[in-house]
Ligand binder design. Structure first.
Ligand code: S3P
Length: 172
């Protein structure tokens, strides 16, 4: 019988391209943890891509869907929840996470983020802003909220998935 790795939920937060989905996938593949990909669920429910949701309904509509989905996570346990990059910007969302689990912030340098996002076209906030200075500015605006939400912070530059997960497991 597999021993459970954690007996609480893990909320992965952080800027776009910091590795939330990658690490969630690794935890799923390696430890059979259940994963909730917030963006994927929202896109699936709406029947359109994140970019199309932003374009059709606006960002606030998307943010409300995120908040509603987080509230739904209340009844889950022992899952990894890969949040959208903007999810911790609402204070109530952070309270919701803290009530239901442990919050892990993944960070990366703007240059690393740019490399990781440059070929992706479903990030409306970055679509016409794929450069280091835009990424650095938005990251700087958000960092205080990210850090306040985090139980632990893991810097991901130059580390592979296994190293990041080992660090996470050790420190949680
Ligand atoms: C956003 C990040 C995206 C997605 C949406 C908005 C943000 O998620 O939720 O495009 O505000 O940072 P990822 O961090 O998974 O790219």
């Amino acid at each position: 019988e597999n021993k459970r790795l954690f007996d609480y939920n893990i909320f992965l937060i952080g800027f776009m391209g910091c590795g939330k989905s990658t690490i969630a996938g690794y935890l799923h593949d390696t430890f059979s943890m259940d994963v909730v990909e917030m963006d994927d669920i929202i896109a699936k429910r709406e029947g359109m891509s994140i970019s199309d949701i932003f374009e059709t309904h606006g960002e606030q509509y998307f943010r409300d869907l995120e908040t509603n989905l987080l509230v739904e996570m209340q009844n889950k346990s022992n899952v990894v929840i890969s949040c959208g990059g903007g999810t911790p910007m609402r204070e109530n969302n952070v309270l919701e996470m803290k009530k239901n689990g442990h919050v892990v912030l993944l960070t990366a340098q703007p240059e690393t983020v740019l490399q990781r996002v440059k070929d992706n076209h479903d990030r409306p906030l970055l679509e016409n802003n794929k450069n280091v200075s835009f990424i650095a500015d938005l990251m700087a605006k958000r960092s205080e909220k990210y850090e306040a939400a985090a139980d632990i912070i893991i810097q991901t530059d130059g580390k592979n998935e296994q190293e990041i997960c080992e660090e996470m497991i050790q420190r949680l």
